[in-house]
Design a protein around this ligand. Structure first.
Ligand SMILES: [Zn+2]
Length: 384
């Protein structure tokens, strides 16, 4: 969890301008990013409040969209803490004006969640999207359940769009005595006076939530998944021309493909632009646990496309260019999981995010509640 002395020394030898606290922030952020059950592919953000020699406080906040697991040393960006807190008080602010006010010349944009971090008093703040916590809080009585589970000091924040809306929802939730936040349909925020206080609180929440999850049932034994993939792949390539495909067939992938939980939206909304709101269920409806025939797959794809098109027609604001109406994650019971994308990298990312979404849903003790379609589209098309 915490880096050892040798790691810290090596980092500071390579980057002499880095303070000890910033070196620790960098390494603990990367530690969080090395755990895909907590965050993956650019999700989550971390910060540190540090007092300079001039007495002013700086909020070092992760750059927007950067991946915690491969974060570079200069990707915690310096924001004046007083400025960030003053912005929160401005009623006339919109997300665009906020981004402009926080922009640093020649540097990447600070995280969209900068104001959420700024208003928490403690110096060390970690925001992750733990799958186990989402499996509980996104359930029908999820807010009550997670608050009871994590105990006093837990505030559950109703869903709000990342950026100003979420920062204001957090402002309402931060009453005296609140020590952690669970963000519905989004994730977890922990903090502390020391880095280990915050990290331990994240791990504690995950451990307690894990205790309520259902075990994943293994996939029934069947023919060789590789053989099934060999047969279906050419058809999928024809159905999704030009797309790269990534196939996963670990024991977990096979169990998730057979879990029957494809009919739901991605449980953490910032993956939507890469997963689309729904997965394509490639099961044979007549033979549970086995994948569709090529003809059934074509039919399932046609139904998926019609559903996506109707969603765009009803909810996408005019003037916004839609993504191609194609699924990015496909479940094939007995064969595995498939990610699709414009490149091998995009396909691999879609596979990772799809697997994560399926884990949240398959292990939840109750069927999850989805956000309404207007909220899904707002996250899938954030510039709309
Ligand atoms: Zn987040």
């Amino acid at each position: 969890m915490l880096p050892d002395e040798a790691q810290l020394r090596a980092l500071r030898d390579a980057h002499p301008a880095l303070s000890p606290a910033r070196a620790l922030r960098h390494l603990t952020a990367r530690w969080l990013g090395a755990h895909p059950h907590l965050v993956m592919h650019g999700a989550g953000n971390t910060s540190l409040k540090e007092r300079g020699q001039d007495g002013r406080w700086t909020l070092w906040i992760k750059a927007s969209g950067r991946d915690l697991g491969s974060l570079a040393v200069d990707e915690h960006l310096p924001v004046d803490l007083d400025l960030a807190r003053a912005l929160l008080a401005r009623e006339d602010l919109c997300d665009r004006a906020l981004a402009a006010a926080l922009a640093l010349p020649g540097r990447p944009a600070p995280s969209l969640e900068t104001l959420m971090h700024a208003q928490i008093e403690a110096p060390w703040v970690d925001h992750t999207h733990p799958e186990a916590v989402l499996s509980i809080v996104n359930g029908p009585d999820g807010a009550e359940q997670i608050a009871a589970l994590l105990g006093p000091g837990t505030a559950v924040v109703p869903y709000a769009r990342p950026g100003l809306a979420l920062s204001r929802a957090v402002q309402r939730a931060l009453r005296p005595g609140v020590r952690r936040l669970v963000l519905r349909h989004h994730g977890l925020v922990t903090w502390g006076e020391q880095p280990e206080d915050s990290l331990r609180d994240t791990l504690r929440a995950v451990r307690l939530a894990e205790g309520l999850l259902r075990p994943l049932s293994p996939s029934p034994a069947g023919p060789d998944p590789a053989q099934g993939w060999g047969q279906l792949r050419p058809y999928l390539e024809r159905l999704l021309p030009g797309d790269a495909l990534a196939w996963g067939a670990s024991e977990e992938d096979l169990a998730l493909a057979a879990a029957g939980v494809t009919d739901g939206a991605s449980p953490t909304t910032d993956h939507l632009a890469r997963t689309r709101p729904w997965l394509l269920d490639g099961a044979d409806p007549a033979r549970p646990g086995t994948s569709a025939s090529p003809e059934q797959l074509a039919g399932a794809l046609a139904r998926w496309t019609a559903r996506y098109q109707a969603y765009l027609d009803h909810h996408l604001p005019p003037g916004i260019h839609p993504f191609p109406a194609r699924p990015r994650v496909i479940t094939l019971p007995g064969v595995g999981l498939v990610g699709a994308g414009g490149s091998d990298r995009e396909a691999a990312v879609a596979l990772d995010l799809g697997r994560s979404a399926l884990r949240v849903r398959a292990r939840a003790p109750h069927p999850l509640v989805d956000l309404d379609l207007g909220e899904l589209i707002a996250m899938e098309y954030p510039d709309a």
